[in-house]
Design a protein around this ligand. Structure first.
Ligand SMILES: Cc1cc2nc3c(=O)[nH]c(=O)nc-3n(C[C@H](O)[C@H](O)[C@H](O)COP(=O)(O)OP(=O)(O)OC[C@H]3O[C@@H](n4cnc5c(N)ncnc54)[C@H](O)[C@@H]3O)c2cc1C
Ligand code: SF4
Length: 331
């Protein structure tokens, strides 16, 4: 591991001041950052431990009801605590399921919400410093495009990178129109709609989010959303536990008198960022809640998909996953 300075931040202001220095990373649960530091993929010169911040401001690790009826999820809250929270389970089942279907029990007890949405891709070339990778080393090339790409993306790809975003939780947040609350060095707080938070790779796969240097996520807000009470997160993976999604779908449906009145759809495991499928939503709203409608929505969601040598199967897999999720919430 490359040597680094380590400081424990005592409050959010101190954290963002320290985080603004070049080469700094915050460490929360450490389950992604420390792993990548051990592999030599991340080589920060300064590490700011943010775990003690919750002692000063417990809201940073809590779930709170907002005046508008939504929920505020503190960025330092652990995945398991939020996944099992009764209010999250009842009002946003897709969010609860996305957290509880991710990683393993031990990891969920350690990992935080902020760290989860900022975790980096599992593309094997990205994690192997012995190979080129445009995301890790801009301009070095992408061996995945001609090489091993079974787990990589079919939506939102570019000629520079086809890596999937690995977070399950981020897919549910995208579907629910969550909002990211961020503390900015020297400039107070700003908010970012979650569907705009992550970037597709384009010409700069090394830029993954709209976060600026030193910015610290304080919370993720879930807006009041009636349809979210009938929501689910469906995840298909190579084995029953402890595996990233090959395809996943977060959906929320409001069906009245057999007709879809409101629909929220996002896909995971198949795209370079948590993928809001607005074409699918348009294909659902105002239509009868039938299998034919759901299949048409799935076709619309995957219309722009570009398969690579080993991952064409993901297109049909994602469609079936989405149809299954829609069928489940409409029952
Ligand atoms: C074996 C294994 C299996 C896994 N399976 C899954 C899975 O199926 N689904 C899934 O979704 N995830 C999975 N994960 C990933 C896991 O969920 C993430 O590692 C975890 O959520 C990261 O959270 P953390 O708090 O440990 O982040 P850290 O490792 O502490 O941080 C990750 C990144 O976020 C930054 N950061 C952290 N908090 C903040 C903040 N508040 N503001 C700004 N920046 C911040 C850090 O600087 C760092 O860059 C798996 C991980 C492992 C090791
Ligand atoms: S797909 Fe992206 S992360 Fe994977 S090797 Fe290519 S550039 Fe790197």
């Amino acid at each position: 591991m490359t040597p680094f300075d380590y400081v424990v931040a005592s409050d959010v202001d101190a954290a963002v001041r320290a985080g603004a220095a070049p080469g700094t990373r915050f460490v929360a649960g450490g389950t992604n950052l420390v792993d990548l530091m051990q592999l030599g993929v991340e080589t920060p010169s300064h590490v700011v431990d943010v775990n003690a911040l919750a002692g000063r401001d417990p809201a940073l690790a809590a779930v709170a009801v907002l005046p508008d009826g939504g929920l505020r999820l503190g960025a330092l809250a652990r995945m398991s605590d939020v996944g099992w929270d009764a209010r999250v389970r009842e009002r946003y089942p897709a969010v609860s399921e996305s957290l509880l279907l991710a990683a393993s029990g031990q990891l969920r007890n350690m990992a935080t919400l902020g760290g989860n949405v900022l975790q980096r891709t599992r593309c094997p070339y990205f994690r192997d410093t012995g190979t080129p990778c445009n995301k890790r080393e801009p301009g070095s090339g992408c061996p995945s495009i001609p090489g091993y790409n079974r787990t990589n993306a079919v939506l939102g790809t570019s000629k520079h990178c086809i890596a999937t975003h690995p977070s399950d939780f981020a897919v549910a947040l995208t579907a629910m129109d969550a909002v990211v609350r961020v503390r900015t060095p020297g400039a107070g707080e700003r908010t970012i709609p979650f569907p705009d938070f992550h970037l597709t790779p384009g010409d700069h796969p090394e830029r993954e989010t709209v976060l600026r240097p030193g910015e610290f996520i304080t919370a993720l807000d879930l807006p009041p959303l009636e349809a979210a009470r009938r929501s689910t997160y469906r995840k298909v993976r190579d084995r029953a536990s402890y595996a990233f999604a090959l395809a996943s779908a977060a959906v929320a449906l409001d069906v009245q008198g057999g007709t879809v009145r409101d629909a929220r759809v996002a896909l995971g495991g198949v795209a370079t960022k948590p993928w809001r499928a607005r074409e699918a939503e348009r294909a659902l709203v105002g239509r009868p809640a039938t299998e034919a409608t759901f299949r048409a929505a799935a076709d619309a969601a995957l219309k722009g998909a570009v398969p690579y040598r080993e991952n064409a199967f993901k297109i049909e897999l994602a469609k079936r996953t989405l149809v299954r999720a829609l069928t489940e919430v409409s029952a």
